[in-house]
Design a protein around this ligand. Structure first.
Ligand code: URP
Ligand code: ZN
Ligand code: ZN
Ligand code: ZN
Length: 483
C-alpha cells in the first residue's frame, strides 16, 4: 500500500520547496506535484523533513551499579514522539568481555525498538583480543568506536590504549569517538571535594570544570592526528572544548563536535537548587555550564564548527539518583531528552533565528547521517531513501511535562518549558508511528542499520597522511664516519 504526503513544504539540509512525497515499501519512491497514493496524509501548513537521528543514546545501559531506565522499547517510543526516527546506541563490553559478545547482548536488548537504530562499539579495555575483534565488529556494520577518557576505574582508557585503538581505527577506516574529560584530574577533584565535606550534587559540577574537558578534547585531537584518523567528540559542552575543535578544523584536521540539547538550553544554576532531587536529576557528565558556554555552542552550530545535536539519553529515576545521597560520586550520571530534542531545538533555535530550518535539519539529521556514513539512506528526502519522515507543525505548542511523556522515568529535566513546533505525523520506514500527534508505537518494527567503513573523509585523510609520511632520504655519497 502506498502513502502520499500532500500539500506540505519539504525542508531538507539544503532546500525548501513545495512538493508531495510518495512512499512505498518503506522507501521514498517519488517527489513531485500532484502525486497520488492509496493513503493520503495532509501536510497543509506543515514542513516535511527527514526524521531526526540521535547519534548518542544509552538505552538499558549498565552503568554505576544500575541500568538506565529507558530501554529500546520506551526509548524509541520517546524518540518517535519527538520526531526522531533513528537512534545510535553504544555496545558496552565489560572490561575483559569480547566485543562480539557485547554485540549479541545489544542485539537482544534492541528487539522491541519502534524505529531503526545502529550501534557504536565502546573500547573499554585493550589487548590483542580487542585488536583482533575490531575488524569483525566493522564487518558487522559497526564502524565507530567510543573511548571514555573519564570514569576512572570503570570505563576509562589511558592515552596508550587510546593511541593503539585510534591507529587500529585508521587501518580499518573506522571513526573513533571520545568522551573527553581528564578522568585522573576529575578523580582527584572528587576526593578533595568529599574530604572537604562537599558531598551534594553541586559538587559534581565543581569536580568537572570546563578545563578538564578542554584539556582532554585537545589531547584526543592531537592523538587522533598522530594516529591519522578523523575524530568525533561527543557531548561538547564548553568553549574550551569547542575552541580545541574549531582550531583543529581550521588547521585542516577532520574533527567533529556534538553539543547536546541539554547543554544548549539548561545551565549550571540547576545544581544550586535547594531541592536535592532537582539537582541530582540533572547530574550528567559533562555538567551543565553557564551562558557564555551556551553561546559558544550555538555559535558553533551556526558557523559549522560543531555539526550535530544529540541527547546522550541515559535516563535514571529519582530512586536511582538517590544512590548518591551523601556522596555525589555515586549519583548515576545521565539525563533524558529523546522526546524533547527536536521541539526544544526548534523553539530555541529556529524560532529565535539562531538556526535556519535547513540548519535545523542538518544538525538533527543530515550531518549525522553523513558523518556516520548512512547518507542518503537516512537523513534525506530523495527518491530511494528510507521513508523516515517527520511532518512538522510549526504552530503546534505544548508544555513539557513528565506527566505526559513516553520515557519511563518520573521527571523531565525540561519540565515546564513551552515549545512551539511539534511533530504532527511521523513515518518510520513508511509505517506511521505518530498520527496527528498521537504515538502509535510498533515495537519490533525497528531494524539495525549497518554502516560501511572507509568513508570519503577517512580515504582523504589516509591519502594525505601517506603523502606526508616520514621518508628516508636516499643519499649517494655517504661520508665515512668520523673518528
Ligand atoms: O552523564 C552521562 N553523560 N551519562 C551517560 C554516559 C556518558 O558519559 O555518555
Ligand atoms: Zn490530482
Ligand atoms: Zn559520555
Ligand atoms: Zn553518552
Amino acid at each position: 500500500m502506498s502513502k502520499v504526503i500532500r500539500n506540505g513544504t519539504i525542508v531538507t539540509a539544503d532546500r525548501t520547496w513545495q512538493a508531495d512525497v510518495l512512499v512505498q515499501h518503506g522507501k521514498i519512491v517519488a517527489i513531485g506535484n500532484d502525486l497520488h497514493g492509496d493513503h493520503e496524509i495532509d501536510a497543509t501548513g506543515c514542513y516535511v523533513m527527514p526524521g531526526g537521528i540521535d547519534p548518542h543514546t544509552h538505552l538499558e545501559m549498565p552503568f554505576m551499579g544500575t541500568y538506565s531506565s529507558d530501554d529500546f522499547e520506551s526509548g524509541t517510543r520517546a524518540a518517535v514522539a519527538g520526531g526522531t526516527t533513528m537512534v545510535v546506541d553504544f555496545c558496552l563490553p565489560a572490561p575483559g568481555q569480547s566485543l562480539l559478545e557485547a554485540i549479541t547482548m545489544w542485539d537482544n536488548k534492541s528487539t522491541r525498538a519502534t524505529c531503526d537504530y545502529s550501534f557504536h562499539m565502546a573500547i573499554t579495555w585493550w589487548d590483542k583480543q580487542v585488536f583482533d575483534e575490531m575488524p569483525l565488529v566493522v564487518e558487522k556494520g559497526i564502524t565507530s568506536f567510543k573511548h571514555f577518557m573519564a570514569y576512572k576505574g570503570a570505563l576509562m582508557v589511558d592515552d596508550d590504549e587510546m593511541y593503539s585503538s585510534f591507529q587500529r581505527c585508521a587501518e580499518l577506516g573506522a571513526l573513533p569517538l571520545v568522551h573527553a574529560e581528564n578522568g585522573d584530574v576529575v578523580a582527584q577533584l572528587q576526593s578533595k571535594l568529599l574530604e572537604e565535606g562537599n558531598n551534594g550534587p553541586e559538587a559534581h559540577a565543581y569536580s568537572r570544570p570546563p578545563e578538564v574537558e578542554g584539556e582532554a578534547t585537545n589531547r584526543a585531537i592531537m592523538i587522533a592526528d598522530m594516529a591519522g584518523t578523523p575524530l568525533y567528540v561527543v557531548h561538547t559542552s564548553c568553549e574550551q572544548s569547542h575552541e580545541a575543535i574549531r582550531r583543529a578544523r581550521q588547521k585542516g584536521m577532520r574533527v567533529f563536535g556534538e553539543p547536546l540539547i541539554q547543554h544548549l538550553v539548561l545551565d549550571e544554576s540547576e545544581y544550586s537548587n535547594p531541592d536535592w532531587d532537582h539537582a541530582a536529576r540533572r547530574v550528567m557528565s559533562p555538567p551543565f555550564r553557564n551562558k557564555l558556554h551556551q553561546d559558544s555552542l550555538w555559535a558553533g552550530l551556526q558557523a559549522g564548527s560543531l555539526q550535530c545535536v544529540a541527547t546522550d539519553h541515559c535516563a535514571f529515576t529519582t530512586e536511582q539518583k538517590r544512590y548518591g545521597v551523601g556522596d555525589f560520586t555515586k549519583i548515576p550520571n545521565g539525563t533524558g531528552g529523546l522526546e524533547d530534542r527536536m521541539p526544544v531545538l526548534w523553539t530555541y533555535g529556529v524560532n529565535t533565528g539562531r538556526l535556519t530550518m535547513n540548519e535545523f535539519v542538518a544538525v538533527t539529521s543530515t550531518n549525522i547521517a553523513k558523518i556516520l556514513n548512512m547518507y542518503p539512506q537516512k537523513g534525506a528526502i530523495v527518491e530511494g531513501a528510507d521513508a523516515d519522515i517527520v511532518i512538522w507543525d510549526p504552530e503546534a505548542t505544548k508544555t513539557i511535562s513528565a506527566g505526559n511523556q513516553q520515557s519511563a522515568i518520573d521527571y523531565n529535566v525540561f519540565e515546564g518549558i513551552e515549545v512551539k513546533g511539534l511533530p504532527k505525523t511521523v513515518l518510520s520506514r513508511g509505517e506511521i508511528v505518530v498520527e496527528d500527534g498521537e504515538v502509535k508505537p510498533k515495537p519490533g518494527h525497528g531494524q539495525f542499520v549497518g554502516r560501511k567503513p572507509h568513508m570519503s573523509v577517512n580515504k582523504a585523510l589516509s591519502q594525505w597522511k601517506e603523502i606526508t609520511a616520514p621518508r628516508k632520504v636516499e643519499r649517494s655519497g655517504i661520508p665515512a664516519s668520523g673518528v
